[in-house]
Ligand binder design. Structure first.
Ligand code: FAD
Length: 412
């Protein structure tokens, strides 16, 4: 470690993972130079409220900050928040910033996040067509999020549905156009999708499935029209929420291995020595799931950035988490532990109609994930049980009165 003390570590991307990395480097005793570089013009902030309370106007901009302003000075962190990295020269250990500045470094962490998946149709450049990734996007949308407005949301994933819930709560007319046969199909089971569809419909959202949007046009009245093969949906503004792709262009141009994200090993090291990646931009090999994963969650950004900081300090560890996630829609708390898409059986606990249930997902008789809807206890217990690879007693598991941890039959 002492050999590191007069070295420079650069963190590219001042988001959730970047913020965690600088904290963990200093907490881990690194006394050398740390340079945190962003491009949004803001110190690191939380993104989850952007599609929830911040969009609704319920929380102030300042409450989104991930670190107090004084943190950077107190911890001797050099910061550049408005001048992103345009070139990573691995061989010569130098970065080029957007204004041409040249930054030498010894080790680098790529924490560049992800960006909205583009939709290849005509009309996406019209004013009033949005995608949400950052504060600037939401600040543009917010004046239109008011009672009486009409919104079309393309994509029934987490972000689209959170925005739909927020807009309905504020009195807008909302239509969700989903290409698949059910909402959130990529991440959850049919029972959970159908519960959320019913919830949104009960709150007045129109949801259409199996709909391929073909274009967006401006109409004479000044509004927009979203066209599908069979129908046209008039509205005041459109949100495109069809998922995200890794921000891995800088890494690709630098010659790093990239395939649906920057490829790292289990310790967060990329294909080049001294260069690491963490958060939404990184694809890592999960021994637990037997494949590469690229996760988009606060948990992953925090925990993988911690692992990256430790690796940079010469204390590499294996990063192979049970992921967890949450989504807030209306007054429903949806919490997820583990990845349910690898299950071969699911057991519903509780009352779906009443909106208090969880779904336990099994693979070869072992608990691998739990989706909890207004059942926080199941979720908290699942976060402890899923990593221990536990087999279950299915009769007990289907009885919601029996606690989840009492329905386990053995630890393997
Ligand atoms: P980010 O936080 O996106 O930070 C990356 C930063 O790098 C950005 O500021 C970007 O501008 C910057 N950058 C990119 N390229 C460069 C460059 N060349 N030079 C300098 N800077 C660069 N997760 C949950 O767990 N629960 C939720 O409820 C939830 N809700 C969400 C709602 C919304 C609207 C969004 C957008 C995300 C949500 N997420 C949620 C996901 C979560 O916010 C992300 O997984 C997390 O922010 C990822 O952290 P990160 O540091 O990898 O990327």
């Amino acid at each position: 470690m002492s050999a590191l003390q007069n070295k420079t570590i650069v963190i590219i991307g001042a988001g959730q993972a970047g913020a965690q990395a600088v904290m963990s480097l200093r907490a881990g005793g690194f006394g050398g130079r740390v340079f945190l570089i962003g491009e949004e013009g803001h110190a690191p902030y939380q993104r989850p409220p952007l599609s929830k309370k911040y969009l609704a106007g319920d929380v102030a901009r300042d409450s989104l900050k991930l670190l107090p302003d004084a943190f950077f000075k107190e911890n001797d962190i050099a910061c550049e928040f408005s001048n992103g990295v345009i070139r990573l020269d691995i061989e010569n250990r130098r970065l080029e910033l957007a204004d041409g500045a040249d930054v030498p470094f010894d080790q680098a962490l790529l924490a560049t996040g992800s960006k909205p998946r583009p939709l290849a149709i005509s009309g996406v450049d019209h004013e009033g067509v949005f995608a949400i990734r950052n504060l600037a996007d939401v600040n543009l949308m917010r004046p239109l999020v008011k009672a009486g407005g009409r919104a079309v949301i393309i994509g029934g994933g987490y972000i689209g549905l959170e925005v739909a819930a927020c807009c309905r709560s504020l009195g807008l007319e909302v239509t969700v156009l989903e290409a698949g046969e059910r909402v959130m199909a990529r991440t959850t089971s049919a029972v959970v999708s159908h519960y959320f569809e019913a919830l949104h419909r009960a709150n007045g959202v129109r949801i259409e499935h199996g709909v391929m949007v073909t274009g967006i046009d401006r109409v004479q009245s000044g509004g927009l029209v979203v066209e599908t093969r069979d129908e046209a949906f008039e509205c005041d503004w459109v949100l495109i929420g069809i998922g995200a792709v890794a921000n891995d262009g800088l890494a690709l141009r630098a010659g790093l291995k990239v395939d649906n994200g920057i490829e790292v090993d289990q310790t967060t090291a990329t294909s080049a020595a001294g260069i690491f990646a963490a958060g939404d931009c990184a694809s890592f090999p999960s021994g637990r799931y037997g494949r590469r994963l690229r996760l988009e969650s606060v948990q992953n950004a925090i925990d993988q950035a911690k692992a990256a900081a430790h690796a940079m300090l010469g204390r590499a560890e294996t990063y192979d988490p049970v992921p967890w996630f949450w989504s807030d829609q209306y007054d429903v708390k949806y919490q997820i532990a583990g990845l349910s898409q690898f299950s071969d059986r699911e057991i519903v606990r509780g009352d779906v109609e009443a909106g208090a249930f969880s779904v336990a997902y099994l693979r070869r008789g072992r608990l691998i994930a739990v989706d909890a809807i207004n059942r926080p206890r199941d979720y908290m217990q699942a976060r402890r049980l899923v990593p221990t690879v536990t087999t279950v007693d299915e009769d007990k598991l289907s009885d919601p009165k029996i606690a989840l941890n009492e329905a386990m039959s053995s630890k393997l």
